[in-house]
Ligand binder design. Structure first.
Ligand code: ATP
Ligand code: MG
Length: 687
């Protein structure tokens, strides 16, 4: 597959944005089709076309006539984005993969735009028409964080050189080599001692103010540029950089206003062309209308022939319509079920994993979710009446064992059915899941406790840690073989896990560094992870491998102002998650039950009071009165401390100690008084 050149991409983008909004829906769609075909002709090689035909049963040209217009727009957008915004994760292959994978798979289609079940290829993860058009406009009118950072770096260099000249030769000029030497030294200081070069920080602020893009996002990219040694290269020097970036630098320096995006072109509301269905099922057309002048006579005849029980031909037409609708719905249902079944890993599927020199084998065993999970009171739910994949692991001797990376079951964990339904369904369809909610609501432990019951091993990566790309993806090591040194690539935790039925937990994903997120963005695509360090080897994910991300936000940035380090994620990244689950705190009854199960020796009334206190603090936290909350994590500590203190103190002294140690001493000074008041209300009456 080829990538568009910048000139080709800009030309197609011009044409896309120029499509006349006053044309009829049909004509607009024809225009989108022309641009789509341009992309296909420029980028697809013979073997790419053959692959698509092989998977879908139609040539890509024929498919063009069978899809909705947003599909055409998505493909064009991703092809253009690959050239014009390479850092934002657009690739033509991603858009085509989605088209192909949704082609025969109703489960991956967006039902809302599937018309009467006959359109194909609109993948759940594709942008809808309006969003795709908006993204196209953004390609033209907004600068990517990558471009802004590039401009900030160049501007920083111009300012740095000006500063150096001012200090060393006021009013004169210094040779380029001298300027470069000074910059080299400053960058070495930055790498060794962390002294951030001021000119670059200032440039970042200017670019951020000008563009309204977050300073830390731009700075994160600039840092990557500052770590480069090849400061001679064209793109790192203002005079030789791309003219678009030079223009951007000039606009920032002169404070020129950003060009305003035009209003998005109005899209045709519905796909006006008839969609061709070719699935082997016969379709029946609406009955031809009768000549109105003859129908009274026909009705009279029918009424007479049926001794008055059938009033006329209209009754037959209505019946036919009903049967025909039911027939179409049944075909759609059959296809949905067939596709669902074909995309599920088969029961009995086996495999193996090497762990510390031993081989463990696994078998996929289907089990009813309702048998594995119960609610907070230990009750089964009919809503979980579907099968899920579980893994049964065996050692060399055939004994059933637990995989060492499979979390331990915590019997006191309280599941909520609506979370389970969403998570398990996403897992059935091989989707990655994003779980978000306030701190301590149980996001991380939810994933662990589900997987503990399904027998899946887990790998956990904390995105706000200082992990390096080499730890995650792998690195080239020097090994000695037969006395001679040899370089050898060692896989990092990600490619290793991706080849196994593993759940890869991305903890605090919305606080991840941009460079880490970029690596993950590639891996989140189902086509796999390319290891550039290992000669471009492609690591294909195991069909049962999945990512679960936990975050305090839904990916749009910190809505509350309570979570430092949380940043907005780029759209293409978020798009790769097929399910978003919001996890809230447990309700009071569930929490009481959880405390009683986890601490059977704790006084029952104390357990109830602890749960009530947690609810009160949270209510104040949610309405902004307190910036401190009480999570189940704190409740664990409070229950343990209380049991300990109550052995040698009065109940009154014990709860006061508990509140101080676990809650109020950790809270900001202006919260403490309110916390003490709340605790008196709850615990003040004694046991
Ligand atoms: N539903 C629950 N049932 C039982 N225990 C729970 C539940 N939810 C949370 N907990 C307990 O609360 C503690 C915190 O949970 P966890 O670490 O999963 O929260 P989190 O949402 O991931 O928090 P953070 O956002 O701070 O990472 C754990 O000890 C966990 O066992
Ligand atoms: Mg967590």
């Amino acid at each position: 597959m080829k990538t568009l050149t910048t000139t080709e991409a800009n030309g197609i983008l011009d044409d896309m944005l120029r499509i006349n909004r006053d044309l009829s829906g049909n004509d607009q769609r024809s225009e989108y089709k022309i641009q789509f075909r341009k992309v296909i002709n420029l980028c697809l090689e013979t073997e790419d076309r053959a692959k698509i035909k092989d998977k879908c049963g139609f040539t890509i040209n024929r498919m063009t006539d069978m899809v909705l217009w947003p599909v055409l727009t998505n493909v064009v957008l991703y092809a253009l984005g690959e050239t014009l915004r390479p850092s934002e994760g657009y690739t033509l292959s991603a858009a085509l993969n989605r088209l192909v994978s949704a082609w025969n798979n109703d489960a991956k289609c967006r039902p809302a735009v599937r018309g009467s079940g006959v359109s194909r290829g609109f993948h759940i993860a594709m942008l809808d028409g309006a969003a795709a058009q908006h993204a196209l406009l953004n390609l033209r009118h907004q600068h990517s964080i990558g471009d802004l950072a590039h401009a900030a770096y160049l501007l920083g260099r111009v300012m740095f050189n000006a500063q150096t000249t001012k200090e060393c030769k006021p009013g004169g000029e210094l040779p380029q080599s001298t300027l470069d030497d000074v910059l080299h030294n400053a960058l070495n200081d930055y790498r060794d001692k962390g002294t951030e070069p001021e000119a670059f920080l200032k440039a970042c602020t200017m670019v951020s103010d000008w563009s309204a893009a977050p300073h830390h996002d731009i700075w994160a990219h600039v840092k990557l540029l500052l770590s480069r040694d090849d400061i001679d290269s064209d793109e790192l020097n203002y005079d030789r950089a791309d003219s678009d970036i030079q223009t951007l630098v000039t606009m920032v320096m002169t404070g020129q206003a950003k060009p305003e995006p035009e209003a998005a072109p109005v899209a045709p509301v519905a796909d006006p062309e008839p969609l061709v269905e070719d699935d082997g099922y016969e379709r029946f057309d609406e009955p031809e209308p009768l000549d109105p002048s003859l129908s009274p006579a026909v009705d009279a005849l029918i009424k007479q022939a049926s001794s008055g029980s059938i009033t006329g031909v209209g009754a037959y037409v209505d019946k036919f319509r009903k049967v025909n609708t039911a027939y179409h719905e049944a075909i759609a249902e059959i296809k949905r079920t067939r596709d669902k079944l074909s995309s599920m890993p088969v029961a009995g599927h086996t495999g193996s994993a090497k762990i510390d020199g031993n081989t463990l084998t696994y078998e996929v065993v289907k089990r009813k979710a309702s048998e594995l999970f119960t609610d907070a009171r230990g009750r089964k739910s009919k809503k979980l009446n579907f099968e899920v994949n579980t893994l049964v692991w065996r050692d060399d001797s055939g004994n059933v064992v637990r995989h060492p990376d499979c979390p331990e079951i915590d019997e006191t964990y309280k599941f909520r059915m609506h979370h389970l339904i969403k998570y398990l369904t996403a897992k059935i369809f091989g989707q990655h899941v994003w779980l978000h909610g306030h701190t301590g609501t149980g996001k991380t432990s939810f994933v662990e406790q589900v997987e503990a019951r399904l027998g899946f091993p887990m790998e956990r990566l904390n995105l706000d840690s200082n992990m390096e790309r080499a730890d995650i993806v792998g690195a080239i090591d020097i090994v000695v073989e037969n006395g001679a040194p040899k370089s050898q690539f060692t896989e990092g935790m990600l490619p290793k896990a991706m080849q196994q039925p593993v759940v890869f937990l991305l903890d605090e994903i919305d606080a991840g560094r941009p460079d880490m997120l970029f690596v993950l963005q590639r891996a989140l695509e189902n086509k796999g992870l390319t290891l550039t360090e290992d000669g471009g080897r492609l690591v294909k994910p195991h069909p049962l491998f999945m990512f679960a991300g936990t975050a305090n936000s839904r990916g749009q940035g910190d809505e509350h102002g309570w979570y430092q380090g949380v940043r907005p994620m780029n759209l293409a990244f978020l798009n790769r998650f097929g399910a978003f689950i919001e996890i809230g705190y447990m309700d009071e009854d569930d929490e009481k039950q959880f405390l009683k199960d986890a601490y059977p020796d704790l006084n029952t009334k104390m357990a109830d009071q602890l749960a009530a206190f947690a609810q009160m603090v949270r209510a104040s936290f949610m309405n902004g009165e307190l910036s401190q909350t009480v999570s189940p994590r704190n409740l664990h500590a409070m229950a343990q401390y209380y049991q300990h203190f109550a052995v040698f103190m009065s109940h009154e002294d014990a709860w006061v100690e508990v509140i101080e140690t676990c809650v109020s001493d950790a809270a900001p000074a202006d919260n403490q008084q309110r916390i003490v008041e709340l605790s008196r209300t709850v615990f003040g009456g004694g046991l």
